[in-house]
Design a protein around this ligand. Sequence first.
Ligand SMILES: Nc1nc2c(c(=O)[nH]1)N[C@H]1C(S)=C(S)[C@@H](COP(=O)(O)O)O[C@H]1N2
Ligand SMILES: [Mo]
Length: 399
Amino acid sequence: MPQARRRFLYLCLGGSTTLMFACSDDGEAGDEGGETGADEGGEACADPFAGGTLLASLSTFVGEGQASVGVAEGEGHDGRLALDLGTLDADSLITANEDFFVRTASPDLLDLDQPWSIAVEGLVAAAAALDLDALAALPQVSRAVLLECSGNGGNRAYGLISAAEWSGPLLTDVLDLVEVDPAATAVLVEGFDEHSHVSSHSTPGCSWVFRLEDIAAAGAMLATHMNGEPLPPDHGYPVRLIIPGWYGCCHAKWVDRIRLVDDGEPATSQMAEFATRTHQTQAHALAADYSPAIMQQAAMPVRVEQWRVEGELAYRIIGILWGGTQLTDALAIEIDGVVEPVEVCPPQATNDTWTLWSHTWRPQAPGTYEIRMRIEDPAIPTVRLDSGYYARSIVIDEV
Ligand SMILES: Nc1nc2c(c(=O)[nH]1)N[C@H]1C(S)=C(S)[C@@H](COP(=O)(O)O)O[C@H]1N2
Ligand SMILES: [Mo]
């Protein structure tokens, strides 16, 4: 069986309902069009390294820090764990719960001895307290969704990014349990954040204001499960917000308050703290002036493999493509100023989570090479990508 076909099957077997739907959708498209789909996947994704030998795998990029990569550090508000992206493969595109990046570990002042309750207040006919049974009684949805911290960077080898399958009720269904005042235009979702150890360098607290139409369009959910397990403590047990496509800072963990508000609502301190990193034009005073904190389409290499194929050395650059709001086949790679298209196979099938790609490379001389990705489609915004934010450099010793 060609390797590409195996990879495609791995993707389908990833344990995700959404991915399985994506696969069967692809299959149907293939049946109709006769071009793509699982059966033809092997041919479509020819493997230029078939029969070759993998000699080495380089995943240390020049000038990057390894802080908390694969090893949890700090506690409470300073608790961090970064995912080791160098090991990412087609069968680990859903991150295991214990490997999923952590930004803020479980608050030690969280009282889980009391039954959990979410206060729903503000512009509602009557304030309510929702317990976990009320959430469990609603229709449950499951969705593979990638989270990236808006502060993800080279200091942690870009490891503040991971994907999991989240399950729970839609936030819109939760709001239907209360009588929302017609004057309400937005909803503030807040998570518990009382730590006995207070961070020296970032503001504790996690609340964000979302327009009602944005939570409906994104399919925001109050997740109680992660990869089929109750949420782990560091990921928001017992309930967190998941708003597919938005930066991590919007996904409040340990959600205990939901407030219906109007356009006069001030921005929260997190909205101000993350204004630059979520690409706002400024830290606006009013929440209504913030644009949705969505992750634009982005891509970067995660490792460079050295192969011997038919007696020759060749390199295979493996990377990820994530974010964005529409599918693209316009990925391109720029190595020291030379741009080439990247054929992503199997192609990007969702913007909810990441897609792996690989690219064959034959550097002409040993040296340090900068790798930058591009999306060659002017209709797709890529402000962060184009700024060079995800450019990574690798040392090649042998050609
Ligand atoms: N209550 C609470 N929720 C929070 C945070 C926080 O500090 N407190 N951090 C946010 C940020 S900045 C990110 S990137 C994500 C990370 O989610 P994870 O730790 O499950 O990966 O959680 C968000 N939710
Ligand atoms: Mo974040």
